[in-house]
Design a protein around this ligand. Structure first.
Ligand SMILES: Cc1cc2nc3c(=O)[nH]c(=O)nc-3n(C[C@H](O)[C@H](O)[C@H](O)COP(=O)(O)OP(=O)(O)OC[C@H]3O[C@@H](n4cnc5c(N)ncnc54)[C@H](O)[C@@H]3O)c2cc1C
Length: 403
């Protein structure tokens, strides 16, 4: 079976990744894209930055990351890297210039979403149709005609992930591998001076914090000329997590978890001592489980080969993309989702590619991206664990396995 030439592609979920994929497919001939999104407005204001590998123009610049570089070389073949760089060169300039801008500095997530959304609309092509609606599983199945492609970009609580394997009826998590690394508070604040962080700063500003330590993410501390945007995490227990609402402010933290609040206040006081600035506004806090997960099958390949053969996913290929396929807890996920969107768009562009080959290539690519994310996340988690005990020599040695 080959993928038919005039194809309808349904993209469910217009978060950053669904929008990016749509903008990539929009400029390809012979495709009609239907994009579904349940939200009417883009309201997520957290500051994010895209990885520079997204706009790399050479293998050397693609690998220019001191943690990731070697893994990329170990996991991907040179021909695969060449192919992904070739695809980048084919990205329309209107979209590429946005990626270049977002990989330079920080930007609110909703501004990325709005900008790509506006770009799709203002290009004025007739091959993208948009619908505002919550799509259910049954509706997703019902809208498929044989040969249509369905791409699930609905985020971490994916609409289709656990429907991609025949055994999902018995086991709801049949297609998800989930590793809970820790529970954390993600704390964001604005500071009225330039403030930059590094590993020494994380250590010295936490020296008196024996239990809860605030760890700013170096690449998420950003000075815009007058204000520093600081985001970091505090490791909390499962009991703490259960006792907290999903989202709250500094005042709630001080009243209910004074121990965490004191560690934050100590940290911020040390920042103030150094740079004589002030906290602007309040702390913004969300509590999240830091899950490292992947879909064991990122396509409907299992339905294609299943004995029943009459399931709609046996005749209409399904792909998971973005957070619906892989979740990495230490926040490189938008870049990862964009990278995979480029790969999938590159496969869709190859009209003569048999569907089985397309599935195999996408699955292999997603597996390699998973290895990359898994190694990076485990290393960060391990370093964080060592950091928590760095003043207690024996506790640190307990965590080490050397040779
Ligand atoms: C606190 C926090 C901080 C983060 N910081 C960063 C960061 O600095 N850098 C980074 O790269 N990543 C960061 N991330 C992760 C990043 O936000 C996600 O990786 C990214 O949003 C994933 O994009 P996505 O398009 O795959 O999914 P989502 O952003 O989750 O988008 C899914 C879309 O699908 C829509 N949808 C869902 N279900 C349906 C349905 N049934 N019908 C119709 N529409 C549906 C949703 O409304 C949504 O618009 C952070 C995450 C959190 C929680």
């Amino acid at each position: 079976m080959t993928v038919p030439s005039a194809r309808r592609i349904h993209v469910v979920g217009a978060g950053p990744v669904g929008l990016m994929l749509t903008a990539l497919l929009q400029s390809m001939d012979g495709l009609s894209v239907h994009l579904y999104e349940k939200r009417r407005e883009y309201t997520r204001t957290r500051m994010v930055r895209l990885a520079s590998y997204l706009v790399a123009d050479s293998v050397a610049s693609y690998r220019n990351d001191h943690i990731d570089g070697e893994t990329v070389e170990a996991v991907f073949d040179p021909a695969e890297l060449d192919e992904s760089l070739a695809f980048r060169r084919s990205i329309p300039p209107d979209l590429m210039s946005l990626l270049q801008e977002w990989s330079q500095g920080f930007c609110p997530l909703n501004s990325i979403e709005r900008t790509i959304s506006d770009l799709i609309d203002t290009r004025g092509t007739s091959n993208v149709q948009r619908t505002v609606a919550v799509v259910t599983f049954d509706e997703a199945v019902a809208m498929l005609e044989p040969g249509d492609t369905l791409i699930d970009c609905t985020g971490c609580s994916s609409l289709l992930r656990d429907h991609l394997v025949p055994e999902s009826a018995e086991d709801g998590d049949a297609n998800t591998l989930n590793i809970r690394l820790e529970y954390a508070l993600v704390i964001t604040f604005l500071y009225g001076q330039s403030y930059e962080c590094n590993e020494y700063c994380k250590y010295y500003k936490n020296v008196d914090n024996t239990h809860y330590k605030f760890i700013p993410a170096v690449h998420r501390t950003y000075y815009d000329g007058s204000i520093s945007h600081v985001t970091g995490i505090v490791n909390i227990s499962a009991e703490d997590y259960e006792a907290m609402p999903p989202r709250f402010d500094g005042q709630w933290l001080r009243s209910n978890f004074p121990g965490v609040a004191e560690s934050m206040d100590r940290f911020i006081d040390k920042v103030k001592l150094e740079t004589s600035g002030e906290l602007l506004g309040d702390l913004e806090i969300v509590r999240i489980p830091l899950n490292l997960y992947r879909a064991r099958n990122a396509t409907s390949r299992r339905w294609l080969t299943s004995a029943t053969g009459d399931h709609p996913f046996a005749s209409s290929p399904v792909f998971l993309l973005g957070d619906s396929a892989i979740g990495s807890p230490y926040f490189q996920s938008i870049s990862l989702g964009f990278e995979c969107a480029m790969f999938l768009a590159g496969l869709i562009a190859q009209r003569d590619l048999p569907l089985r080959d397309m599935f195999d290539r996408y699955e292999l690519h997603m597996y390699k991206q998973w290895l990359r994310v898994y190694m990076r996340s485990k290393m960060i988690k391990h370093n964080k664990d060592l950091f928590e005990t760095v003043d207690d020599k024996f506790a640190t040695l307990e965590k080490l396995h050397i040779y």
